[in-house]
Design a protein around this ligand. Structure first.
Ligand code: NAD
Length: 476
C-alpha cells in the first residue's frame, strides 16, 4: 500500500534529521556548496520558472519575475555566501569579575537547528520559498518546503528542479493543498518558517505549539502611507503607484491605504493617477501589468470595491487607455482609488492585497498616528516628506515591522536589514544577521577554571560567612 502524504512527510523528516545528525559537524564549505547549488538552480532555470509563474498568474511579466523572484533571490544567496564566515564565528562573551582573571571562559556558538520547514504563499512563489532557504542552508540546516497550491505549476517545476540539484535529505519539496499544509505544519520540525496570511499564521502557530516547534511567521496587514505636508507629491504619487501596481498589488508590504493632509487630497490622488499613466499607458494587453491570481481573489477585490461604493465611497478607476475590463477573463484590474472611506467598509477592515487604494485625510498628522495605533501593528509603514521633525514624530509614535521613508516596499530589498512583522503582522525575522541567527541555535558554552569557583563564591554548603559576603556584594 502506498504511503499516505502524512506519513511520507514524516518519513522524509526523519531521514533528513538522521542525515543531519550523522553528518555533524559539517564544515562551512558544505553549507556554501548548498547555497551555491540553490543559486545555480535559480540562474540555470530562470526561464522555466518565469514561464511557470506567468502561467500560474494568467499573466505576469518575465521582467518582473526576474527582478522579484529570480535575480533578487539569487543575489540574497550571494549575500549569504559573503557573510557566512562572519555570521558563523563563535562570539566571546564576558564573565563576571573576577572569573576572567581565574581562567573562566564564555562563548556563544551559532549552531544549526536541524530540519527546518518552509511554508510559502503564492504571491512571490520562488522568492518566498528559496529566499528563506538560502539563509536556512547558510545556517547549516536541512529543509523541507511546502509551496502554495495556488501556483501549482511553479510548485511542480520547483519540486522537479530541487530533486535535480539536491539530495532529498538536504532539501525536498512536498506539494499539496491546505490539508497537506496543515499536516506539514504539525510535523515536529526544529523550526518552521511560514509566510502567508495572519489567519493561516494563527493555525500554523497552533499546530507548531503541540511540538513546541519555534516559528518565524511572516504575515500581512494593512501597511499605511503617511503623506506629510512637505512631501514632493509628484514623486510620492509615482512611487506609491509603482508599489501598489507591482504584482497587481499582491504584495504583503504593498501600501494598503494612504493618509493625506485634507487640503492636498485632490493633488495627491492626481499624483498617483499621473504615476499610473506614466508607467502603464495601457493595462489589458500590457505584459508589464500582472493579473490577479485566481477568480476567487479577483471576485474578492471586486467585492471590496462594491462594498465601498455601496457605503458611500467615491470610486476612481485609473484606466489610462479607457479600456473595457468588462469583457475579459484576464483577471486584470485597474488601480481603483477609494475616496471618502469609512471604518465600516471592508476596504478599511481587511488587508487589500490587490490594486485598490483607499485614501483617508487628516488635519493634523496626530490624527493619522492615533488611527494607525488603534489598529493591528502593520508589517510596513511609509512616510513621505522632508520635515524631519514630523518624520520622527510618525516613526517614534507608531510601531510597525519595518519602515521605508520617501518610498514604499524598499526596506525589504535591503539584504542587511532584518525583515519581519510585529504582533499580528509577524513573529521573528530573516535577512541580515538576524535571519542567520533566527535559523541557528545560540548555544552558550561556559568553561570552568581549575579553581573551586563554587566554594570561592560561597555557593557550596555548608553555607556560612563566604555565602553571606557574596550575597551582600550582589545586593549592593
Ligand atoms: P495563505 O495563508 O492562504 O497560504 C500560505 C501557505 O499556507 C500556503 O502554502 C498554504 O498551502 C498554506 N496553508 C493553507 N492552509 C493552511 C493550514 N490550515 N495550515 C497550515 N498551512 C496552511 O496565504 P496566501 O494567500 O498564499 O498569501 C497571501 C498572504 O500572505 C497575505 O496576507 C500576505 O500579506 C502574506 N504575505 C506575507 C509576506 C511576508 O513576508 N510577511 C510575504 C508574502 C505574503
Amino acid at each position: 500500500m502506498a504511503e499516505s502524504p502524512k506519513s511520507a512527510m514524516a518519513t522524509l523528516l526523519h531521514k533528513q534529521r538522521d542525515a543531519f545528525t550523522a553528518a555533524r559537524p559539517e564544515g562551512l564549505d558544505v553549507r556554501r556548496d548548498r547555497v551555491k547549488r540553490a543559486i545555480a538552480l535559480l540562474k540555470e532555470n530562470a526561464e522555466a520558472l518565469c514561464k511557470a509563474m506567468s502561467a500560474d498568474f494568467g499573466n505576469r511579466s518575465p521582467h518582473q519575475s526576474m527582478i522579484t523572484d529570480i535575480a533578487g533571490t539569487a543575489n540574497f544567496g550571494k549575500y549569504c555566501l559573503k557573510h557566512l564566515d562572519k555570521w558563523a564565528r563563535a562570539e566571546k562573551r564576558h564573565v563576571q569579575f573576577p572569573l576572567g582573571l581565574l581562567g573562566a571562559k564564555a562563548e556563544v556558538r551559532y549552531e544549526p537547528k536541524g530540519v527546518i520547514g518552509i511554508l510559502s504563499p503564492w504571491n512571490f512563489p520562488v522568492n518566498l520559498s528559496f529566499g528563506p532557504l538560502m539563509q536556512v542552508l547558510a545556517a547549516g540546516n536541512r529543509a523541507m518546503i511546502k509551496p502554495s497550491e495556488f501556483t501549482e505549476r511553479t510548485s511542480e517545476v520547483s519540486a522537479e528542479l530541487c530533486a535535480r540539484y539536491f539530495d532529498e535529505v538536504e532539501v525536498a519539496f512536498v506539494t499539496g493543498g491546505p490539508e497537506v499544509a496543515h499536516e506539514f505544519s504539525a510535523l515536529p520540525f526544529d523550526h518552521l518558517v511560514f509566510t502567508g496570511s495572519t489567519a493561516t499564521g494563527r493555525k500554523v502557530m497552533e499546530a507548531a505549539a503541540k511540538n513546541l516547534c519555534p516559528v518565524t511567521l511572516e504575515l500581512g496587514g494593512k501597511s499605511p502611507v503617511f503623506l506629510g505636508r512637505s512631501a514632493n507629491l509628484e514623486q510620492a504619487g509615482e512611487r506609491i503607484a509603482l508599489g501598489k501596481m507591482l504584482n497587481a498589488g499582491q504584495i504583503c508590504l504593498a501600501p494598503d491605504y494612504m493618509y493625506v493632509p485634507e487640503e492636498k487630497e485632490d493633488a495627491a490622488v492626481a499624483a498617483v493617477e499621473l504615476g499610473v499613466h506614466k508607467m502603464y499607458p495601457t493595462l489589458l494587453e500590457n505584459e508589464d501589468y500582472a493579473s490577479v491570481v485566481t477568480d476567487r481573489h479577483f471576485d474578492r477585490l471586486q467585492g471590496v470595491v462594491a462594498d465601498a461604493r455601496d457605503k458611500g465611497a467615491e470610486v476612481i478607476e485609473v484606466n489610462p487607455a479607457d479600456e473595457d475590463f468588462g469583457n475579459t477573463n484576464a483577471r486584470k484590474m485597474p488601480l481603483t482609488i477609494l475616496r471618502g472611506v469609512t471604518d465600516d467598509m471592508q476596504a478599511m477592515q481587511e488587508e487589500i492585497f490587490g490594486p485598490v487604494l483607499p485614501v483617508k485625510t487628516y488635519k493634523d498628522v496626530d490624527e493619522a498616528i492615533d488611527y494607525v495605533n488603534r489598529r493591528d501593528r502593520p508589517l510596513g509603514l511609509y512616510y513621505f516628506g522632508q520635515d524631519s521633525g514630523e518624520r520622527e514624530q510618525v516613526l517614534r509614535r507608531t510601531i510597525s515591522g519595518g519602515v521605508t521613508v520617501n518610498d514604499v516596499l524598499f526596506h525589504v530589498s535591503m539584504e542587511d536589514l532584518p525583515f519581519g512583522g510585529v504582533g499580528p503582522s509577524g513573529i521573528g525575522s530573516y535577512h541580515g544577521v538576524e535571519g542567520f541567527r533566527e535559523f541557528s541555535h545560540a548555544r552558550s558554552v561556559y568553561t570552568q577554571p581549575k579553581i573551586d569557583i563554587a566554594k570561592l563564591a560561597g555557593f557550596k554548603p555548608p553555607y556560612g560567612a563566604a555565602t553571606e559576603k557574596a550575597v551582600r556584594t550582589m545586593m549592593k
